[in-house]
Design a protein around this ligand. Sequence first.
Ligand SMILES: [Mg+2]
Length: 276
Amino acid sequence: MELTSDEARAHYDAVRDVLAGTVVGLDFDGTLSPVVDDPEAARLHPGAPGALLELAEVVRAVAVITGRPARQAIAMGDLDALGNAMLDRGAELFVFGQYGNERWSATEQRIRSPRPPAGLASFERELPSVLRRAGAPDAFIEEKGLAVAVHTRRMDDPSGAFDRLVKPIAALAERHHLTTEPGRNVIEVRSGEMHKGRAVRTFVAEQEAAGVVFGGDDLGDVEAFEAVRSLRSEGLPGLVVCSASHEQPDLVRLADVVVDGPAGMVDLLGALVRRP
Ligand SMILES: [Mg+2]
């Protein structure tokens, strides 16, 4: 674990002082689960369930905050069983899926989600012709209910196709008042109204949290990092953890602690709950 400055050490200590009232938000891919070539093969780091169970004994609540549909993250992380075990230890597990558009909790055991954003249906109707014009008619379209993802990883030239598609898809999304989130050989299109920063703020408010920790690794986590920093400027102890599985200078700049991928995240969560 590498605290980036004395100030970061002070934030770490401030959160530890209010641990019983603290909520912990964690991204899934690259943060709790190692990044793998096939996103469908992602699983929790083997140390993660144990670390989350230990965390459950000392904090108020834990949330997995992910771009994935909640159903997928729950299945991949076996979060149903983990959530029950965490409840036994005194903390609720939440899953905020699709950047907070969907929510699930270990107590409720069902996924609540709002209607798809206006514009998504017409975006989807026009998408195939945009793919064709960009020379990528074979890109895989994944309908996620509240979002659409265009994958190029199974194509002959995944990064070339990705590069050709980013701009035209962003332009089409903008015409339908939607936002794009480019990832690794995937371009996701969704409502711009929901992002992980809002999910973090909602989580903190609903739990009447006395402190907040958020860990993430990718550009989709920037708003959550910023939310913790702005809550902190409003007086709430907060800690921003960057899981640096690959270089993301924008995220490192906003973080108090940089850990080495999911293994480092597991270590950090362990250190946080251990008595000094
Ligand atoms: Mg991630």
